[in-house]
Write a protein that binds this ligand. Structure first.
Ligand SMILES: [Zn+2]
Length: 585
């Protein structure tokens, strides 16, 4: 049985109801879901059959007969056909506004081999004016067949008559760009060019530039095509489109993880125009250019902690502690392995263990300032030594003025160990981490961090064992396809990885890190709500809570493990509004 087209089914349901009772509900619900296995995620793990939503909130959770009493002539009735109904899913770490801007600039394509890059560059050249620089979309070497940077000669072979750049700009302190010959020429980089401060023009043994520049992006920035100027409406449209894609996979709330006060205006405008279909908590990025500047950013924020409503609200402040495992810049207790490091980071240095991007004393000062101003504080911190630095700061602050209850966040924290887990638990810290980096990059990263650390990479069981709350998410940055974006933000894929502990190739590193289906579900519902202080409103299906849910095409609890990753969402409801309905075949 399919979901019937709504008006038809609504009419049918209403008439069945009329036959049963002879009258329509006096105060009809806006939406009723019947015949479901409603996994409520309430405190007692109860499963219901039907729900009713009125005025944006659940007014009934129970059986079909009870829900029927809420159906009136205007009620839209959805038939769950015996499949799972979940609380609206919460994507607790995404970059929706960044994706919106990026797509307007240059739609993302995941390029997985030199051949794919070559095809993409040639196609781009065909539609680009001569002289305009071609910037290859982000390629992470851990997801790249050749697992190394392209050479200048390879880029020349793709297109020689215009500048091309392979732009590895995401690497923090290990930035690399590869230029083709035309790009070197256009940027005026020759054997006589001096190295910029703290950066390097890599040269061959004759002293000629090889095409690689390191930490020297400033040399080419003036020549790169500027991001297009978007009218406010263009940006709203792009953002709305990103949100629409989220709705299609059951997402009803997001935590946009690096925004600024101007992003608030964009979200509020969408809300005002009735076009906001995901509840959005906005994390505010605090950039680090010295301690004075950082403290000033906090002091001059035109927003108050938690300001907003159930649609748009101010979330945590976020600081950046280190880089990433994909670039050899996550700050580790023990060095990266030399062989893998040479291969994936082009850093053949057996002592490299990344480094802090913010000095320890400044980490303390910034978190303390945010804490005293009433903000929830979150830290981008990938490596285990980076986590040590954050926890040390939090412990110091805890002694001065308690932080437990403030739910401070460790973002990424890829390499848990028992001592870290214990300290995090004591401080009431919540972890926001991404199975997708494990899924996509885990096999390659075994070469850079070794099998033992790999077995604990994004070790969900390690955190759970110590009683630390964990949320899983995508860190979605580019592209809009749920399964091909960077990172894929299909929450069922994230849950599949958490449950199966499989990488994309099917390998398993750290079998004992697997979690149950219900545990995975917690991490995208009630515990994700907890991260943003929303657990009284979202994250479970209970009377009085906001009417957000997703109806699946299968039974989440009993379908095969492999079916989970391709799970389709039949319908998504936010605050009693149907925002996604799978197309009828
Ligand atoms: Zn992120």
């Amino acid at each position: 049985m399919k979901i019937l087209p709504l008006p038809l089914f609504a009419a049918l349901a209403a008439s069945i109801f009329t036959v049963l009772t002879g009258r329509a509900a006096e105060d009809p619900a806006d939406v009723v879901v019947l015949n479901g296995k409603v996994i409520t995620m309430d405190g007692s793990s109860s499963v219901a059959e039907a729900v009713a939503i009125r005025g944006g909130r659940f007014v009934y959770v129970g059986n079909n007969a009870g829900a029927n009493a809420h159906i009136g002539i205007t009620t839209r009735v959805l038939n769950a056909r015996g499949k799972s109904v979940l609380p609206g899913l919460i994507e607790s770490h995404t970059h929706a506004i960044g994706v919106a801007r990026g797509e307007a600039d240059q739609p993302f394509r995941q390029l997985s081999s030199m051949t794919e890059i070559s095809e993409w560059v040639r196609q781009k050249a065909a539609i680009t004016k001569p002289g305009t620089w071609i910037r290859i979309p982000r390629v992470d070497l851990t997801r790249f067949k050749e697992a190394r940077f392209p050479t200048r000669e390879e880029l020349d072979a793709m297109v020689s008559d215009r500048p091309v750049v392979f732009d590895w700009m995401y690497a923090g302190i290990n930035q690399v760009q590869i230029l083709n010959t035309a790009a070197l020429k256009a940027a005026g980089i020759t054997r006589d060019s001096p190295n910029p401060e703290q950066g390097r023009i890599v040269r061959d043994n004759q002293g000629n530039p090889t095409g690689m520049i390191r930490n020297a992006r400033a040399l080419i920035e003036p020549y790169l095509p500027p991001a297009p100027t978007l009218t406010p409406e263009m940006l709203l449209k792009e953002l709305e489109n990103v949100h629409r894609h989220y709705n299609s996979v059951g997402i009803t709330s997001i935590n946009d993880r690096r925004t600024d006060p101007s992003t608030f205006q964009v979200y509020n405008e969408l809300k005002k125009q009735g076009r906001l279909n995901v509840r959005s908590t906005l994390t505010i990025g605090i950039g680090y250019q010295g301690i004075g500047n950082a403290l000033n950013q906090i002091k001059s924020l035109p927003l108050k902690p938690g300001e907003g409503d159930e649609w748009v609200k101010a979330g945590a402040l976020k600081l950046r502690i280190d880089g990433g495992l994909l670039y050899g810049t996550a700050y580790l207790r023990e060095p990266y392995l030399a062989a893998g490091s040479a291969r994936y980071y082009d850093l053949p240095d057996a002592t490299n263990r990344g480094e802090l991007m913010t000095p320890k004393s400044d980490i303390l000062a910034i978190i303390r300032a945010g804490h005293l101003a009433g903000w929830q504080m979150s830290s981008h911190v990938a490596g285990d030594a980076g986590v040590d630095a954050v926890l040390e700061a939090l412990e110091t602050i805890e002694r001065e003025s308690p932080i437990s209850g403030r739910r401070y966040n460790l973002i990424h924290a890829y390499l848990p160990n028992p001592e870290t887990v214990q300290r995090a638990k004591k401080l009431g810290v919540v972890v926001d981490t991404q199975p997708m980096w494990y899924y996509k990059d885990g096999d390659a990263l075994i070469d850079t961090i070794g099998q033992e650390r790999g077995n604990h990479m994004i070790g969900l069981r390690d955190w759970l064992k110590g009683g630390v709350k964990v949320t899983i998410n995508a860190d979605h940055m580019q592209g809009v396809d749920p399964d091909r974006a960077l990172n894929p933000y299909n929450p069922f894929l994230a849950m599949y990885v958490a449950i199966s502990r499989k990488t994309e190739s099917g390998r398993i590193h750290g079998e004992d890190q697997k979690v149950s289906r219900e545990e995975a579900l917690r991490m995208v519902t009630i515990d994700a709500a907890y991260l943003t202080f929303d657990e009284k409103n979202t994250g479970s299906i209970e009377v009085g809570k906001l009417g957000d849910l997703a109806i699946l095409a299968e039974d989440f609890m009993t379908c095969s493990e492999e079916q989970i990753k391709g799970m389709k969402v039949a319908a998504t409801v936010v605050g009693g509004r149907i925002v996604h309905l799978q197309e009828q075949p």
